[in-house]
Design a binder for this molecule. Sequence first.
Ligand SMILES: Cc1ncc(COP(=O)(O)O)c(C=O)c1O
Length: 231
Amino acid sequence: MPKSLISTRVSKLKPSGIRKFFDIAATMDNVISLGIGEPDFDSPPSVIEAGIRALREGQTHYTSNAGITELRVKLAAHINLLYGVQYDPATEAVITVGGSEALYLAATALLNPGDEVIIPTPCFVSYQAQVMLADAVPVEIPCHMEDNFDVDTRAIEAAVTPRTKAILIGFPNNPTGAVATRERLLEIARIAEKYDLLVLSDEIYDRLVYGGHQHVCFPSLPGQAGGSVTL
Ligand SMILES: Cc1ncc(COP(=O)(O)O)c(C=O)c1O
């Protein structure tokens, strides 16, 4: 397809480096690809069987746009059990096809053209692109190896402008593995409250935490459930 047909929005996006390596590794023998974030085992038989059974039972039709009610109820109960956070499954839970769709929906539903989103980096490869697809502007705040990729919340606050709409965080972090402390998340929450910002918290690796570290669910912080969106 001629490049001129591609929208300006999409032509500004950088191709994913992880995917480039994945494609190269797939052409090589005796190479283990560590690029994509997925387990090194196949889906458990019980999961595969449940999927096949559901199809055989005729569950092949449209559901509510927000996803199957029973699944949303279980999801809300699950996050409540893990972190004590209360979400109403009828109005505050949406089922998506993975984290990327959830990020895309959150970005397009919440951001207006020109809005700025503060993103601590390194971060998951698609964060900047998701923001740009909503015609908003990613504002990167670098985290450094010397600090164990801890977030510099003073730098976050210094980056806030009248156009800032949200802070997008991802802990435990892909690719750095950093886990945010409760203290650091409380600082982010204070900044969000002070400047009336949304916090989008991607917590898809919440259970991949090792050693003495503990995952803190952002909306479980005092007063944060209403102003944050969690994946
Ligand atoms: C931090 C993070 N968020 C979101 C995603 C996207 O998840 P999905 O593959 O479910 O769309 C990934 C995938 O690797 C990820 O690492």
